[in-house]
Design a protein around this ligand. Sequence first.
Ligand SMILES: O=P(O)(O)O[C@H]1O[C@H](CO)[C@@H](O)[C@H]1O
Ligand SMILES: O=c1cc[nH]c(=O)[nH]1
Length: 271
Amino acid sequence: MDEDILYHLDLGTKTHNLPAMFGDVKFVCVRGSSNRMKAFEDMQDICTGTDRYCMYKTGPVLSINHGMGIPSISIMLHELIKLLYYAKCYDVTIIRIGTSGGIGIEPGSIVITDTAVDSFFKPQFEQIILDTVVTQNTELDKELAEELLKCSKEVPDFPTLIGHTMCTYDFYEGQGRLDGALCSFSNEKKLDYLQRAYKTGIRNIEMESSVFAAMCGLCGLKAAVVCVTLLNRLECDQINLPREVLLEYQQHPQKLISIFIKKRLGRYNPK
Ligand SMILES: O=P(O)(O)O[C@H]1O[C@H](CO)[C@@H](O)[C@H]1O
Ligand SMILES: O=c1cc[nH]c(=O)[nH]1
């Protein structure tokens, strides 16, 4: 294309010097909410002309939010991956830092995803392209997951483990919750489903990991998904922790990723 307009990021190849703005990026951190990002970055939003996504850059670290669910993160990833290409970035590591519902593990734990699975516990993402269902691979980078697990030893305050992550299209019935506006199954059915999920190695549930793993894999980006669990779904459906505890939990994966990045940059000084 003579010109490519990254519409949802309010950036473009003719209007912005993408290599000058982003050429040094080595780490991309993606998170759901823009407010959560603001809490961490005292920086100017790069995507000022749109309220779809917010983007911040600190040296080689780019942070961008992706909203909720597969369609939202997928649109962001298309434009972000093109941006990295136009900016001539190389050796980029991309990490989704998120929240999730845990299965059979202590709330506040971190799950590093090895493979994202669908609601049938299958390690795949079904993308509909034209009128065809295309099945894509959802395995994440094993070496990166192990490196992150090693970094977690520096933050012993919260348990960290590697496990499968189930990615759903819905927060309520789609995650086996009984507390939505609609509920068409019993508590017994719910528990049976979640226990079967646990037995296959699933340790948490969220809503973006499958398309994230599939797209990053297809585009050759080393990718990881690191999510804190806000509750144990075998015990409850509602997220009823006090706000300050939730905010503290949300910092767990953030702390781990900041140690990982500092180590990679040779700037980590354990106290
Ligand atoms: O990691 P965050 O953005 O919190 O996302 C998780 O929380 C949202 C639901 O509350 C879903 O988008 C799920 O993936
Ligand atoms: O239970 C949960 C918590 C956070 N995000 C989800 O998708 N599910």
